[in-house]
Design a protein around this ligand. Structure first.
Ligand code: SF4
Length: 423
């Protein structure tokens, strides 16, 4: 037995409710089960029950045994003083509040259908990486869609947390935060942390003063990245410019070291040098990344805005003095989509939360539906189970479902699992 199973029994009222009685044999009516609380404190809040003639409003606490109340030290925690009903699997002792009054208790074991527990146990004990795989085909589309929506919302909230952290570090400056987020994503996983450090050490305001001069922007970014080496006329010019700006803006103390960049096993077209040059070009073209990403309503307009071509030198080189075999055409469609998915979508989700404006969240979700699904082994598994995955929305939701529900056996928090138990 687990507390999450008892939570499930209570939340979905999966027990015999005819002639409900507390352990003191008082009549009991459940008027409102309450809202599940995933933070500290009682398990359900804002519940309503009627015991004998009196109606009570307050919290519900769930335990396997009644004595767990004391084992968890709730008797010394004031946040449990408003518990109106203690719901337990087994009643092994009466529990009293600080004022000496006994907490009304409902014991579920005698009024729960034992086959429900067996079904749950069989589901979570299944050794398949997706425990419900064999039964998944028989589940309704409604449950599948509801659980995918829930998983995707969770994923967006998780991604928004990184932005919240950056925003706090930037004292609530959305513009600086958006620039740092975008720069981080120019690292395309392998170099994301180095790109973030680079952006954090060069305030956007410094770069924006030189927006009309791409050589100066490149000089500051490459000089500060630690990747700048003096090997030809172009790099010589950047070194001279950087030396001037490094003194002017006191940059050298925060310059990155070359070893902080990952160049091995990177295709020349993805070299961080080329990505820095593309970021430099974007900085010259966009006055405000934050306005661009939050005010543009068309995904095609956003794509166009990011489809930039780096300066001429970087169309032909992948490092200082090192020529590309084939001329680079700038940011490709997949890279642009990757930047949009990892920058614009979480930014809109975070902004929606912070401003309490769901229109931004709706736009983030609509954008996700307009990207094609990526391909990986998790998505292949779901497809083999008959799940239709065509857009980035489906793909991201199914990856989250697998990683944070299925592999952790959180089947009771999943609409698919709940439907299977009801069958
Ligand atoms: S979490 Fe949901 S989809 Fe995943 S195995 Fe459990 S019931 Fe199936």
């Amino acid at each position: 037995m687990t507390e999450s199973f008892i939570n499930y029994l209570w939340q979905f009222q999966q027990f015999d409710k005819s002639l409900l009685r507390t352990t003191r044999q008082e009549s009991l009516r459940i008027l409102k089960t309450g809202i599940l609380n995933t933070d500290a404190g009682p398990d359900f809040s804002q519940a309503r029950v009627q015991i004998e003639e009196i109606e009570w409003a307050g919290n519900i606490e769930i335990h396997i045994r009644a004595s767990d109340w004391n084992n968890h030290n709730h008797q010394t925690d004031a946040s449990y003083n408003n518990v109106i009903l203690h719901v337990v699997w087994e009643y092994d002792k009466p529990i009293v509040r600080a004022d000496g009054s006994e907490i009304p208790t409902l014991e579920l074991k005698p009024i729960t259908d034992g086959s429900l527990l067996h079904k749950y146990q069989a589901l979570v004990d299944n050794k398949n990486v997706i425990p419900c795989a064999a039964q998944f085909g028989g589940v309704s589309d409604l449950s599948k869609i509801a659980t995918l929506d829930k998983a995707l919302t969770k994923r967006l909230i998780q991604k928004a947390k990184l932005i919240e952290t950056l925003l706090a570090e930037n004292n609530g400056d959305w513009e600086e935060t958006t620039y740092q987020l975008l720069a981080r994503n120019f690292g395309f996983k392998l170099n994301s942390e180095a790109f973030l450090r680079l952006a954090q050490h060069i305030p956007l305001k410094v770069l924006q003063k030189h927006r009309d001069n791409i050589t100066q922007i490149e000089a500051i970014l490459f000089g500060q990245s630690g990747l700048l080496v003096d090997v030809d006329d172009y790099s010589k010019k950047l070194v001279q410019e950087y030396d001037f700006f490094a003194v002017k803006f006191s940059l050298k103390d925060t310059r990155l070291e070359p070893h902080e960049w990952k160049l091995l096993r990177t295709r020349p077209a993805n070299f961080p040098t080329i990505r820095i040059a593309q970021l430099a070009r974007l900085i010259t073209l966009q006055k405000s990344f934050f306005s661009l990403f939050t005010q543009t309503e068309s995904i095609d307009d956003l794509r166009k805005a990011l489809q930039v071509r780096q300066s001429e030198y970087w169309q032909e080189h992948y490092h200082f003095g090192k020529k590309l075999g084939k001329k680079s055409n700038g940011l490709g469609k997949d890279s642009v989509d990757n930047l949009l998915i990892n920058t614009v979508i979480p930014l809109l989700a975070c902004y929606a939360q912070k401003t309490d404006n769901l229109a931004y969240m709706d736009r983030a979700l609509a954008f996700l539906e307009s990207f094609p699904a990526e391909s990986n082994h998790i998505i292949d598994m779901w497809k083999n189970m008959g799940l239709s995955i065509t857009t980035a929305y489906d793909a991201q939701a199914s990856i989250e479902l697998y990683n944070n529900f299925c592999t952790q056996k959180k089947c009771l928090q999943c609409n698919v699992g709940i439907e299977l138990l009801k069958k």
